[in-house]
Design a protein around this ligand. Structure first.
Ligand SMILES: [Zn+2]
Ligand SMILES: [Zn+2]
Length: 165
């Protein structure tokens, strides 16, 4: 018997699904057995199968975390008024909020991953940042917007996204 994908290779392996002769070079090992490259593409890992229910749970969790983190973010930041440290602190707070939002959202959907979940996490970080602004301004009237805030926001989004994609 010859491999379908490598006609010069002798083999006694077959795809567990469609029975196509395959060799160790093109065989793909999945949790349900050896598969040919075509069948392996059809088989999706459970981690990447995300239902509507999971999306709803993720949206609820991410939104709740976004508000909680946003309030903490704004309050902590308001107490550091010296501009340079305030901007550095904001980077840390953004990364922390991104981590907390991404991690808790990930746990709420049993560590599932998908582009949709990553988008939810990213949006939640933006909401969190927006929620932090009134608290920051309320306590520290001299607080002002700085371009580095956008960098902090991007960092927060990045951290959240890596935990969900
Ligand atoms: Zn196959
Ligand atoms: Zn082959």
């Amino acid at each position: 018997m010859k491999c379908t994908y490598h006609p010069d290779v002798e083999t006694n392996l077959r795809c567990g699904k469609c029975g196509t002769p395959i060799c160790p070079k093109c065989m793909v090992q999945t949790p349900v057995g050896a598969r040919c490259p075509d069948c392996a593409k059809l088989y999706k890992l459970p981690t990447y199968r995300v239902s509507t229910k999971h999306y709803l749970i993720a949206v609820g969790t991410a939104l709740g975390m976004a508000i909680v983190c946003g309030i903490a973010w704004g309050i902590v930041r308001a107490f550091v008024s010296f501009a340079f440290f305030n901007l550095l602190l904001n980077l840390l707070l953004a990364a922390g909020a991104g981590y907390a939002i991404g991690e808790v959202a990930s746990l709420s959907v049993n560590r599932k991953r998908s582009t949709g979940l990553a988008v939810i996490g990213g949006i939640a970080v933006v909401i969190s940042y927006l929620a932090s602004i009134p608290f920051n301004l309320f306590i520290n009237a001299e607080a002002s917007f700085h371009l580095l805030d956008l960098l902090a926001l991007a960092l927060g989004i990045f951290v959240a996204v890596t935990r969900l994609r």
